[in-house]
Design a protein around this ligand. Structure first.
Ligand code: TYD
Ligand code: MG
Length: 474
């Protein structure tokens, strides 16, 4: 038995040794969605379960070895943690408050930030604006574009505003040339737009493939840490798998921000997905205008604009995005079903959650929803998963079912349990304050959360224990 085992290991070692021979190229299949690596082609990626995403790429083992050697050359000694000093300068403010918030209070020196998002969502626009403001604050900025020509960038820049002499442009896709450019220009901040257009000479596969994107990010990571400069990397997200998605680099970079939003709506949300220097719960809200992206300082107001008055099935709820309360309008439409199987549809919230809440309503309050179609929509195109909007969904459903409008100046917050009980939610005080700020006069909240709320003049807070209490209020 042991003989067989050792034989197996020997064979494994030999095979491995062959593959790792210096400068030898091997063929590897990479999932373009999640970066899963495999020796053979497969129809479905075992990593992310996506179909048809594995693509053949040639990997030269020499490139990686060189980097390992370089690291060994500059050996560092351990430092005492308590003796490391932090300078104020280590965080640069970008002068865009919404972005600073998502970054955790500003841009950290020597960090690598990935900005991902669908093509055309506004990544280049946002970063150009960041560059402009940093340059105005006397920072040296280098914007490297592999997608647009100098003239095209100038055209876009003209829409945004005046630029000063600290802002430099480079149109280049070869990483060696970019590295040289960065070493010569010695900037404080670099933008790479986009990582999928960059290529490294040592890697033979096409730009945008997993091995290219990884190698390029590896080089940029070394540059950022070595020269203590902050680098933004733009990464396109594509469903088709023709270019490697930013997900394959998430583990390499310090911060991952995703820019999302409805193409048809003008607002955009910048969401922190990973942040080594701050919280990941924060969001930044922007609006796309004719002169670039504008910050939306008060998203609640933005989300509630256009709310119908005296309409049944519409209620305002409050959700927390990080430390920030956001008021949203929940709309429900419940009507008699014409077919055997009732139709349920949700936009912006969890489908199964809505079904569950409808079952609770049916069982605990005896509402005959079994033969009704129901549509639930979060107005404005927001997507919310927080259970604190449960009570809002329930109120909207009941209001539509009974065709009874809810008071315009009322907001509801609370999680609903399977027994029809209303459960407590966190950060109640901030939510009530936001409601007060926007002119609401009544807050319906879970009874258990009552003690966490201090009295605020001008707003009445009502605690509820179960769905029965809520229906009595209507
Ligand atoms: P862009 O930043 O090029 O997107 P990405 O880099 O993420 O691919 O954004 C392009 C879109 O933004 C385009 O559809 C036009 C629009 N836009 C404006 O509406 N106003 C502006 O001032 C600018 C510069 C762009
Ligand atoms: Mg772009």
């Amino acid at each position: 038995m042991s003989g067989r085992l050792s034989l197996k290991y020997e064979a494994y070692g030999k095979e491995n040794g062959k593959g790792m021979a210096k400068g030898k190229s091997t063929i590897v299949f990479f999932c373009q969605n999640c970066g899963y690596e495999s020796g053979k082609w497969m129809g479905q990626c075992p990593g992310c379960r996506e179909w048809n995403t594995l693509v053949e790429e040639t990997v030269v083992s020499g490139g990686q070895g060189k980097r390992a050697k370089m690291q060994a050359g500059e050996r560092r000694k351990p430092s005492v943690l308590s003796e490391i000093s932090l300078e104020e300068e280590d965080r640069l403010t970008t002068s865009i408050k919404e972005l600073d918030r998502v970054l955790g209070g500003g841009l950290v020196r020597g960090s690598l930030t990935l900005v991902g998002g669908d093509p055309g969502i506004g990544k280049s626009t946002l970063l150009l604006q960041v560059c402009r403001l940093l340059a105005l604050n006397e920072r040296e900025v280098l914007y490297v574009s592999g997608e647009e020509s100098l003239k095209q960038i100038k055209l876009r820049a003209n829409r945004i505003g005046e630029f000063n002499g600290h802002m430099k442009l480079l149109c280049e896709t070869n990483l060696n040339a970019i590295e040289e450019g960065i070493r010569n220009a010695k900037p404080d901040v670099v933008v790479i737009d986009s990582i999928q257009t960059m290529y490294h000479e040592a890697v033979s596969s096409a730009p945008g493939s997993v091995s290219q994107v990884r190698e390029a990010t590896g080089v940029l990571l070394q540059l950022a840490k070595g020269l203590n400069i902050s680098i933004f990397i733009v990464g396109h997200v594509t469903k088709e798998g023709t270019v490697a998605g930013p997900r394959v680099l998430e583990h390499m970079v310090d911060t991952v921000l995703y820019f999302e939003g409805d193409r048809h709506a003008s607002y955009r949300i910048l969401r922190g997905v990973k942040n080594r220097f701050g919280s990941t719960n924060e969001i930044g809200v922007f609006e796309m205008a004719s002169d670039g992206l504008r910050e939306v300082a008060n998203p609640s107001e933005f989300m509630l604009s256009g709310k119908p008055k005296e309409a049944s099935g519409s209620v305002v709820a409050c959700s927390m995005e990080g430390t920030r309360p956001m008021l949203i309008e929940i709309q429900a439409l419940v009507c008699h079903s014409n077919f055997g199987i009732p139709r349920r549809q949700t936009t912006g919230t969890d489908y199964n959650r809505v079904n569950l809440l409808m079952a609770v309503l049916e069982k605990r309050l005896g509402l005959q929803l079994g033969n009704c179609d129901a549509y639930v929509n979060i107005a404005g195109g927001m997507r919310i998963q927080e259970p604190a909007i449960d009570l809002g969904i329930v109120m909207a459903l009941v209001s539509s079912f009974k065709n009874r409008p809810i008071d315009d100046k009322l907001i509801v917050v609370g999680e609903v349990g399977l027994s029809g009980e209303v459960r407590g939610v966190s950060m109640m005080q901030a939510r009530v304050q936001e409601a007060k700020k926007l002119g609401f006069t009544t807050c319906v909240i879970p009874k258990v959360s009552m003690e966490t709320v201090k009295e605020i003049s001008g707003i009445r807070v009502i605690g509820v224990e179960s769905l029965g209490d809520v229906i009595n209020l209507l």
